[in-house]
Design a protein. Sequence first.
Length: 360
Amino acid sequence: MYKEGKNEEGAREHWKVRKQFISIYNLCDKFKNIQKKSILETRNNYKKSAKIVTITAWCTVPAVIILIFLLSFILYKQILKPIRKLALESDMKKSPAPVRNEINALSKRVNSLVKNINETHAKLEESRESLIQSEKLAQAGRLAAGMAHSVRNPLTSVKMRLFTLERSLNLNHTQMEDLDVISEEIRYIDTILRNFIEFARPPKMQFHMINPSEVVDMTLELLKHRIESYKTDVKVKRDTELPVISADAEQLKEVMVNILLNACEAMREDGKILIEEKIVYPDSSEDSFKKAVQISIRDNGPGISESIKKKIFQPFFSSKEEGSGLGLSIAKRIIDGHGGKITFESEVNKGTTFIIQLPF
């Protein structure tokens, strides 16, 4: 409509779509606040439960000791042998010599029980953290299902309209390229929605014999306009194309997209990215493969601070205000699913390098 000079009609359609986007954004923001509140309430409940368990345990131990002393004093002759057998059962295996002070031996055994209670409490804290993480994953699954239901239907309509336009209009070469890019971006959005839905489940890899160099080229072509909008200079260092390996091209493209867009957003404008491809022979004992293709993505951005390096691949962790915190965690899961590994090197104010190794 804008090209045909129908500016007012185009503006009206523009604001209709914008209102829908703002509505979805506000709903997502409200949903996020609800989940934050739910997580806080659950965490407080776990703290209360853990506190009750601790108090109960510490109250029970002195009560047991007092009861044992009273029973020993009143019924010493009647229960001496059972108490000795109970208190010294494990010690008798080490030393068959008789012990004259059964109460002292029993006290040692109770102290051992107290130690076990402390260890149990530590394990309980670890379990609580695991439960909180599991609840986050469950909340992400429910959020993904709702988003997919709301967003996928209009996406399908848009794809059908684009297909109709492509067949009905006489487009020139440039317009056809633009239409292809739009279709590819819509497909990419659909892939992201599918990743949210399947995040809590192992990825379903579709392995084929592919050339990783072609995946790199396809990713750069897909992101061409977005990279240009960031005014980022991307170069590929490739002496020769990488060998063919068994992998899922779409999943690897998702990994490349996540890393490249993160780099562009971190550098903002006038940034530089170098993608280097080569074959390596890892000598680390931790690697299960001896030969791998390696793709390194280096930027000259602000780098990653030491305080958050250990959290980079954790689900839902993001240094961006509007980030979902799933990009790099999904990327790591995909590379792990290929039997490879993804690592990074970073220095503050000097840039970051993500290194992907895939066995072949």
